[in-house]
Write a protein of this length. Structure first.
Ligand code: PSV
Ligand code: MN
Ligand code: MN
Length: 415
């Protein structure tokens, strides 16, 4: 969309007039939206693949340094990200100190470290039949040691979180012993947790299916929460938006986890059927808004502190320029958050108490249907970002420059 300063100013003052009456300060919203930062995963900078094909966009980062450069660019344009999430072994730093310094010079910190026990990459024992849950104790031990190594790398970079996503499961009835697989997973996670520094958090993902299509060891938030309880206070459930069966009420899951202070954080993406790589907000923006409503409510009502929650994008597809995709995703998340901040919570509470179903819906939709683009833009510009990051990226021909520098066939390592 083309953007003019005059239109921007008018839209912003309209918002101030509209919401000033209900006691909502636009300046306060701008500072909240500015402060909200979302980590970017190292694997989102290359054109992602499906299992059917991968089509390079050209100029993709060839190593960790170049991935940091791309995230530094995103940070500069959007002012919505200030951290990267690394995946080991894809991102093993040759010189951790140098990487740390480079990231610092770009204003980038190290968010959660991700282990990888869902592929074979030359390690002694295969993960074909599972990792932390494997029927063979020596495979479980190898997977635990890999996670401990990931923690060590994270320590050298200043990370404070470990994210565990397991592909473990089975494809056919009878293939796996459900309870033994769960027990093995629990013991493995306990061993990993024991090796984590006292100020680290363990984020445990769940996913109903894929790559296994009959049973997944951690298929849902309940199983993840149950395992976290067995493991320790600093183990919490990570909600990856795409990891739900269609029509699941994710906002309710968020509220339930916050009720028990069990919400570790988010992997943002979107999903139409059973996918987990579509751009955040591209399919179900209302759901994203409702999730933020629960997050804001849960934090305000002191169920769980806002600061204890981690935020990250986890998406990578093969039909968009990944940097443009991330700009869009960061924008959608900021918009959903800004709209949720506009909700008249006092009025909503009153409607809930009085059983005013229609009124409650009106309150939510008054916020959701508001155009907050000027507010998000103002927050970005005040923070030193670009008014229109996507237009800037295109007009400056940044992809073309990256192709000239890195080559047409440059491929991100590990993808
Ligand atoms: C696989 O489903 C997955 O998308 C998980 O969400 C992880 O977070 C990500 O890959 C990286 O391992
Ligand atoms: Mn994920
Ligand atoms: Mn996923």
């Amino acid at each position: 969309m083309s953007y003019s300063q005059e239109f921007h100013n008018k839209s912003l003052s309209l918002l101030a007039d509209q919401f000033g009456e209900s006691g909502i300060s636009i300046a306060d919203l701008i500072s909240k939206v500015s402060a909200f930062q979302i980590a970017v995963p190292s694997w989102a900078l290359g054109a992602g693949g499906t299992r059917f094909g991968r089509f390079s966009i050209g100029g993709e980062p060839r190593n960790l340094e170049e991935k940091l450069d791309d995230i530094g660019l995103l940070a500069r344009l959007t002012k919505k990200t200030d951290a990267v999430s690394l995946h080991i072994p894809w991102d093993i730093p040759q010189d951790a100190e140098a990487i740390k310094q480079k990231a610092a010079s770009l204003g980038i910190a190290f968010d959660a470290m991700n282990s990888n026990t869902f592929q074979d990459y030359g390690q002694a024992l295969s993960y074909k039949m599972g990792s932390l849950s494997n029927a063979d104790a020596s495979v479980r031990q190898q997977a635990v040691e890999h996670n401990l190594q990931v923690i060590e790398i994270g320590k050298s970079l200043g990370s404070k979180d470990l994210t565990v996503w397991l592909a473990d499961g089975s494809n056919f009835p009878g293939q796996a012993h459900f309870r033994k697989a769960l027990q093995g997973t629990q013991e493995s996670l306990q061993a990993i947790y024991a090796g984590m520094p006292a100020d680290w958090k363990l984020l445990l993902e769940y996913k109903p299916y894929e790559p296994n299509f009959y049973h997944t060891v951690i298929p849902d938030w309940g199983t993840s929460a149950m395992l976290c309880r067995q493991v320790g206070d600093r183990a919490k459930v990570l909600v990856d938006l795409g990891h739900h069966l269609p029509n699941t009420n994710i906002e309710q899951i968020v509220a339930t986890l916050m009720h028990q202070e069990m919400l570790a954080g988010f992997h943002f993406n979107d999903s139409k059927y059973g996918d987990d790589d579509l751009s955040t907000g591209s399919i179900k923006p209302y759901q994203l808004f409702l999730i933020f409503c629960e997050l804001i409510g849960g934090a305000e009502e002191q169920a769980q502190a806002w600061e204890s929650i981690s935020w990250m994008i986890d998406a990578s597809h093969n039909t968009k320029d990944p940097i443009e995709d991330l700009i869009q995703a960061l924008e959608s998340i900021a918009q959903a958050y800004a709209k949720a901040l506009l909700v008249d919570r006092a009025k909503l509470g009153q409607c809930q108490r009085e059983g005013d179903v229609v009124g409650a819906q009106e309150v939510l939709q008054a916020a959701f249907l508001t155009d907050v683009r000027s507010l998000v833009r103002e927050a970005r510009v005040q923070s030193g970002g670009e008014a229109d990051p996507l237009a800037f990226y295109r007009s400056e021909k940044i992809r073309e420059k990256l192709i000239a520098k890195r080559g047409k066939d440059a491929t991100a390592s590990g993808l």
